[in-house]
Design a binder for this molecule. Structure first.
Ligand code: IPM
Ligand code: MN
Length: 355
């Protein structure tokens, strides 16, 4: 129980709509769980960029460092060229705040339609840990003879032993804390990336003996895509690099019922972490109150957990499960059988009762 300073970045498109529902749920559990929040809203995203040309002022990055957590809606605007806002806001925050873990639970809630035949909540319950500050996302590379027929483009994946080690350590520790199958799977591409994946593999093997209670496994990233679909129950905790993690967590999101339910945390275990629904700004649904707020509410739940508010986090998780199992027709936008606000109201009420 405590008091938490939280920066709120509603962002673009449907971001503000789902963040409003997440805040509703956070406020609903505050009284019963004895939590106090001090929210500060930041106007960042495509609209501000179009209006003022500002993306993420340095002063704001410095302010963000002083919060206990950051709650983010979505970044991405149809009128802004791809990459500008993503690199300028989302990736910059991840890098500058050194949020080196991207934690993405893949959980099929009861009652949610799964596209995989014969698979249910028993089979789909794992966590992907994506390295979040290195790899292909560093932006190392460049063009030579840009725009000519002799053009060359180079983009290099940067993997440091320290960066890999800290990510692996977090993964081993989380596998132990989670205490489910106690199995950690490294995902890479050792048969082709004989430098980058080789470093990950050696670091993984070197660390494993420190965790004798954890079973270790390895899978190539392409095969992982197949196993996520065919045998998701094989996975407990998965650890992988930035780009592979980006790709396989979209697959993870669809087997858990789609972008309306998938949440993630950008974690700096020694600093400030940022929580977000991973579905993006969904511009075509903006203002219609049809998008599913569960992903944003689940992100708020992860934030509560990280802030040490275990009781409130459990209540929110229970409330999401209850609404998904008993009240909602579907997890898809426009097909929930209720509006964005109604889903938020319901989960807020359930959560307050469950604390
Ligand atoms: C994600 C997103 C981002 C990423 C984009 C928007 C830059 O796809 O959080 O997975 O690639 O990391
Ligand atoms: Mn992605």
């Amino acid at each position: 129980m405590g008091s938490h300073k939280i920066a709120v970045i509603p962002g673009d498109g449907t971001g503000p709509e789902v963040v409003a529902e997440g805040l509703k749920v956070l406020n609903a559990v505050a009284g019963p769980a004895g939590i106090k929040y001090d929210f500060t809203h930041y106007d960042l995203g495509g609209e501000r960029y179009k209006r003022t040309g500002e993306i993420l002022p340095d002063s704001v990055i410095d302010e963000l460092r002083r919060f206990d957590a950051i709650y983010l809606g979505a970044i991405g605007h149809p009128d802004v060229a791809p990459g500008i806002l993503e690199k300028g806001i989302l990736l910059r925050a991840r890098f500058e705040l050194d949020q080196y873990i991207n934690l993405r639970p893949v959980v099929l809630y009861p009652g949610v339609d799964c596209p995989l035949k014969g698979k249910g909540p028993e089979q789909i319950d794992f966590v992907v840990i994506r390295e979040n500050t290195e790899g292909m996302y560093v932006g190392a590379g460049g063009f030579h003879k840009h725009g000519t027929i002799d053009e060359v483009a180079v983009q290099t994946s940067i993997n440091t032993r320290k960066g890999v080690d800290r990510c692996l350590k977090y993964a081993f520790e989380l596998t132990r804390r989670r205490n489910r199958d106690k199995k950690l799977t490294l995902v890479a591409k050792t048969n082709v990336l004989t430098f980058a994946s080789n470093l990950w593999f050696r670091a993984f093997e070197a660390m494993a003996p420190q965790y004798p209670d954890i079973a270790t496994d390895y899978a190539h990233v392409d095969a992982t895509c197949m196993w996520f679909v065919k045998n998701p129950e094989w996975f407990d905790v998965v650890v992988t690099d930035n780009l592979f993690g980006d790709i396989i967590t979209d697959l993870g999101a669809i087997i858990q019922g789609g972008m309306g339910v998938a949440a993630g945390g950008n974690i700096n275990p020694e600093g400030v972490s940022m929580f977000e629904p991973i579905g993006g700004s969904a511009p075509k649904y903006t203002g219609l109150a049809v998008v599913n707020p569960i992903a944003a509410i689940a992100a708020a739940q992860m934030m509560l957990e990280t802030l040490g508010e275990t009781r409130a986090a459990k209540a929110v998780d229970g409330a999401i499960r209850k609404a998904a199992a008993h009240d909602m027709k579907s997890m898809a936008a426009g097909k929930m059988g209720m509006s964005t606000h109604q889903v938020g109201d319901l989960i807020a009420k359930y959560a307050a009762d469950l604390v």
